[in-house]
Design a protein around this ligand. Structure first.
Ligand SMILES: Nc1ncnc2c1ncn2[C@@H]1O[C@H](COP(=O)(O)OP(=O)(O)OP(=O)(O)O)[C@@H](O)[C@H]1O
Ligand SMILES: [Mg+2]
Length: 411
């Protein structure tokens, strides 16, 4: 079956192009600022100049580092620290560097934090320019001698801030595109995993139907024929008639064959829950995902697989939606005869989660299989969902043993 939608693994990403342009721009700014030899009237000390160049190079490294993995869905301290360092360089070395910071903000911070940062940075720049001007620093303003000095400063600032806004929104577009692409990849993986599960469930249901029908029709009629032949053998004039005894043997063999076929059809591996979960989780790139599904745990029951798949899907979706976590851990395990599935994240958690449709649906599904759901969370303590299915391990193990038994006596 063809995949639902194949997203190219290496599309020409806007953020990569933007990042390249930013790095080239940074380099060219450096050439313009530090390339020319200092004029004889300048009183810059060699040590001061060396320190400035070192800071400028540091700015470039921070820029390169901070734009490697863009559009995070959670606030990261390292990204903020690197941005703060670059902004400080921009204020002290050359304010043109702040254009690069403005473009980088939406790439390095999640939505609302990015907006707050650019507003604060712009306000600070405004104050900084006023301060430098009052100290008599040689700033370049627009040449509008007919206007009062304050109006000239405001006009110049407006132009600069428009430039910052332009750079910010270019970064914002690239970040939005990256987030949209990730969401599309995740939804695509969800669809593929769901389709896998449905196809396997359908196949399993068909096989069980065929096995039941074989047993109910062919099996029963053959048993009836066998009984009739036995009776015929008793009533026959010549009890040792080879024709009758051959027919009887043939029916016995046919019955054994039907039993074997019914057993085989039922015993075929049903649903590959592990594979479906791998497909589902492979589509997540917003945070790291860890799946612990022991090889020994062989869950084949289609109904149970479907319930567990949906629980993991909802748990992980909640992590992406509510937690801002860096990692999510999905683990399957056994506690005596109970099957225990946990979905844990290291996100912001919450004090008292109010059940929405997601958690309610999860509880209802688990209750249908005789299980329950526990939640452990708290503000700043992450979120852990624990689904417990009492006795499921025993049922899983006995289902694994059943095929051999079925093969021997199903019909
Ligand atoms: N991983 C998580 N981190 C923090 N809070 C969470 C997490 N998972 C759930 N919650 C909290 O529990 C609430 C209920 O979750 P639930 O899945 O039932 O509803 P929902 O996700 O808000 O909406 P939906 O009905 O679309 O699933 C959420 O609104 C959220 O406050
Ligand atoms: Mg939900």
């Amino acid at each position: 079956m063809p995949p639902i939608l194949r997203l190219s693994p290496h599309p020409p990403a806007t953020e990569t192009l933007l990042r390249s342009c930013m790095l080239v721009l940074w380099f060219m700014m450096g050439v313009a600022i530090y390339g020319a030899p200092p004029s004889p009237t300048e009183t810059v000390m060699p040590l001061e100049r060396t320190a400035a160049i070192a800071l400028y190079l540091g700015f470039g490294v921070a820029l390169w580092f901070n734009t490697r993995h863009i559009a995070p869905h959670a606030l990261e301290r390292a990204s903020m620290a690197l941005l703060a360092f670059q902004a400080a360089c921009g204020f002290t070395l050359h304010t043109d560097l702040l254009y690069l910071v403005a473009a980088q903000i939406p790439l390095a911070l999640p939505g609302r934090a990015a907006l707050t940062w650019i507003v604060c940075q712009t306000a600070l720049l405004f104050v900084w320019i006023l301060l430098l001007d009052s100290l008599g620093a040689p700033l370049q303003f627009m040449q509008l001698p007919q206007l009062p000095h304050l109006a000239v400063i405001l006009m110049t600032d407006l132009g600069v801030f428009a430039g910052h806004g332009f750079a910010f929104f270019m970064g914002y577009l690239a970040a939005s595109e990256a987030r949209g692409r990730r969401a599309a990849e995740r939804i695509n993986a969800e669809l593929e995993a769901t389709r896998e599960m449905l196809a396997q469930n359908t196949r399993a249901a068909e096989r069980n139907y065929i096995a039941r029908e074989l047993h109910a029709t062919l099996g029963h009629h053959l048993v009836a024929l066998k009984v009739n032949l036995e009776l015929a053998q008793h009533l026959a004039q010549a009890p040792n008639s080879t024709a009758l005894s051959d027919s009887f043997d043939l029916v016995c063999r046919l019955l054994a064959d039907v039993r074997a076929v019914v057993g085989q059809v039922r015993s075929a591996p049903n649903v590959d829950l592990r594979g479906a979960l791998h497909t589902l989780l492979a589509g997540i790139s917003e945070c790291t995902v860890h799946l612990d599904f022991p090889e020994a745990l062989d869950i084949r029951d289609p109904g149970l697989c479907h319930i567990l798949f949906r629980c993991v899907q909802e748990g992980v979706t909640n992590t992406l939606k509510h937690s801002g976590a860096r990692g999510v851990w999905v683990s399957f395990g056994a506690q005596q005869e109970d099957l225990v599935v946990t979905v844990r994240d290291d996100g912001r958690g919450c004090d008292t989660p109010d059940d929405g449709n997601g958690l309610t649906g999860m509880r209802e599904r688990l209750a249908m299989a005789g299980g329950s759901l526990e939640i452990a969370t708290g503000a700043g303590r992450g979120f852990t969902l624990t689904a417990r299915l009492p006795g499921a391990i025993r049922r899983v193990d006995s289902a694994r043993m059943r095929p051999e038994a079925d093969a021997g006596g199903a019909a």
